[in-house]
Design a binder for this molecule. Sequence first.
Ligand code: HEM
Length: 335
Amino acid sequence: MLILRKHFAVHRKWFAMFLAITAAAVFGYFYWAHAHATRLPGGSSPPGLILGILGGAIIIFECLLWPRRMLRSWRWGSARLWMKAHIWFGLLTVPLILLHSGFMWGGWLSTILALLFAMVIASGIFGLVMQQFLPRRMLIDTPLETIYSQIEQTMQMALADARNLVLATCGLPKESLEASAHSQPSKESRSLPSKSSDRREGGRVVVGAIRQAELIPGQLLRVPVPQVPVPNCEVLRQKFNATIQPFLERGRRFRSPLSNRTRSAEFFRQLRAVLDPEAHSILEAIEECCEQRRQFDLQTRLHWWLHSWLWIHLPLSMALLVLMFVHAYVALKYW
Ligand code: HEM
């Protein structure tokens, strides 16, 4: 975090630059006001004009961050340097533009400009705070995190694993058994976990890989699959079809007790109490799949907070840039 001591050391020079320029601007502005017996000089006064030009030049520089990111071949300075300059010069525009305005809203154009400016600054600070907190929170709260664009695909694999485990534990449903006694192998029996289709290794199914988090190495959960169906497991199939499968498929979009960790633990505890101990390891693996879904949902939410603010910051910055030129043109025309 910018304000934490260990990070502040990196920003010390920038902060000193911010304070020095702000102090010089405030001093020059009020000195001129005092010398000319004016209370708060506006944008057309010499200090107001100079500060306006300086603030405008910085705003143009701030907007260069966008082409700099888009044009990969354009590599002037490191990304870190650009980011530090962006933050501190961006913050510096606040005192400069405030002094330039003479602490007045002015006409409708300058009022819109001031509101846009305030929103760009506020969204920038908001984004910066998100960028400091969220990646760390992701590391701690979502150790099963995966590449964002692959979340649904990974979840589909986890769902297929869970389905195979339920099928191997409970056997074929009664209706399928009756149907298969009279006809061709049913669709479901064709999807029975086969040694080649599921990820079996010596009677075990590998469910979900846990990514390496900091120094803790990744770990694979290997589930021993029952070689014959476990008796009295119908309740597992029912709960799987009614509650677990829709949750694994849709996550938070399916309002489910499983989206809450405590309620999910209670749900599985109750299920464990009525199931044969032989099915407990399978239940644990399915519970792990639900944990994976919860973490992916959290990752999706954090990802949204981490990136969506740019959809405000960037377009408003562009609008600010355009209106700033209109404002300068109009102000100079009627000067
Ligand atoms: C007049 C003021 C400002 C303007 C015109 C402006 C404009 C921009 C532009 C054009 C981008 C590039 C967006 C992109 O690459 O998609 C950007 C990114 C960003 N801005 Fe600002 N900005 C201003 C002030 C600030 C301030 C005061 C802060 C924080 C204190 C800030 C924080 C950020 C951050 C964190 C990014 C994202 C950079 C990244 O992740 O690559 N901005 N801004």
